[in-house]
Design a protein around this ligand. Structure first.
Ligand code: IPE
Ligand code: IPE
Ligand code: MG
Length: 250
C-alpha cells in the first residue's frame, strides 16, 4: 500500500455532512476477485456487488449526495465470457424491474448512461420506463453506466455536434466547453467531485474521461462486494481533506 493511501486511511475526523460532494462516481470493481477468494463463481461476486450498489445508493440519498454515477459495464467488458455478460445483464433487468416499482415512492431517480443500442430490446424498454419516471423525481439521481466508454461518449458527442452543425442548429465558432458538455450522456449534471475505485487499481479504465477533469480520485483496497457505508465515509473524509485548487493558488 502506498504511503499517501495509508495516510488517508488514518485521516482523523468526521465527515462534514454540510460539505458533501454533490456528485460521486464509483468504478464498481473487484467482484470477480471477491468471488475467487471464496471459491465461488464470478457471478456470485456480481450478485453481491449489485446488493452493494443498492446499499450505497440508499446511503447517498440519505446523507444528501445529489448524484451517484456507477460504472456497471464498460464498452470493453463484452470481451468477457458470454455467461458472465448474461449474469450482469440479468442482474440489471432484476434491478430495473424493482426500480420501476419503487423509485417514485422512494424518490430515487435512475438513468442509464452509455450506448444502449447494444443491449436487448427488453432492457431498452425497461430503461425507457425508468427514464420517464425519473423526469418526475428531483433531489437524488443514480446513473448506471452500461456499455459505457469515455472515448465512445466523446466520439458520439462529436458526431452529434457535427450533425447539429450540418442541420444549421449551431456553428463550430459557438462551441465551447459548456456547450460540448451538453452533448455528453451527463448533459447538464454537475461534474463528479469525487471518483472512487474500490479493488485497489489505480486507473480510470475509460470512465468519465471528459467529466473527471478535476474530480478527486480515491482508491481503496476493499473489493466492491465488501464496500460499506463506512468505506464511503472514508472516501468522503479523504475528499474533504483535499485541497482543490482547479489550477489556481490558495
Ligand atoms: C467489476 O468487477 C464488474 C465489472 C467489470 C462488470 P470485476 O468483474 O471486474 O472484478 P475483478 O476486477 O475481476 O475482481
Ligand atoms: C472497469 O473495471 C469497468 C467496470 C467496473 C464496469 P474492469 O475490471 O473492466 O477494468 P480493468 O480491466 O481492470 O481495467
Ligand atoms: Mg475488474
Amino acid at each position: 500500500m502506498s504511503f499517501w493511501r495509508k495516510k488517508e486511511h488514518h485521516t482523523a475526523g468526521q465527515v462534514d455532512f454540510d460539505r458533501l460532494p454533490r456528485h460521486i462516481a464509483i468504478i464498481m470493481d473487484g467482484n470477480g476477485r471477491w468471488a475467487k477468494q471464496r471459491g465461488l463463481p464470478r457471478s456470485a461476486g456480481h450478485k453481491v456487488g449489485a446488493e452493494t450498489f443498492r446499499t450505497i445508493a440508499n446511503y447517498c440519498k440519505k446523507i444528501g449526495v445529489e448524484y451517484l454515477t456507477v460504472y456497471a459495464f464498460s464498452t470493453e467488458n463484452w470481451k468477457r465470457p458470454a455467461d458472465e455478460v448474461n449474469t450482469i445483464m440479468t442482474l440489471l433487468k432484476k434491478y430495473l424491474l424493482e426500480a420501476i416499482d419503487t423509485m417514485e415512492r422512494d424518490q430515487k431517480g435512475l438513468e442509464f448512461l452509455g450506448d444502449l443500442s447494444a443491449v436487448t430490446p427488453e432492457l431498452q424498454e425497461l430503461i425507457a420506463q425508468t427514464h420517464e419516471i425519473s423526469k418526475r423525481i428531483h433531489g437524488f439521481q443514480a446513473n448506471i453506466c452500461l456499455n459505457y466508454g469515455g472515448r465512445n461518449e466523446i466520439v458520439s458527442a462529436a458526431k452529434a455536434f457535427a450533425q447539429d452543425c450540418r442541420d444549421g442548429k449551431c456553428t463550430p465558432e459557438a462551441l465551447d466547453e459548456k456547450a460540448f458538455s451538453s452533448y455528453m450522456y451527463t448533459g447538464e449534471m454537475p461534474d463528479p467531485d469525487l471518483i472512487i475505485r474500490p479493488g485497489g487499481e489505480m486507473r480510470l479504465s475509460n470512465f468519465l474521461l471528459w467529466q473527471c477533469a478535476y474530480a478527486e480520485f480515491y482508491s481503496c483496497d476493499t473489493l466492491w462486494p465488501d464496500f460499506k457505508e463506512k468505506d464511503l465515509d472514508q472516501a468522503i473524509l479523504a475528499y474533504q481533506n483535499r485541497d482543490r485548487r482547479f489550477g489556481g493558488i490558495k
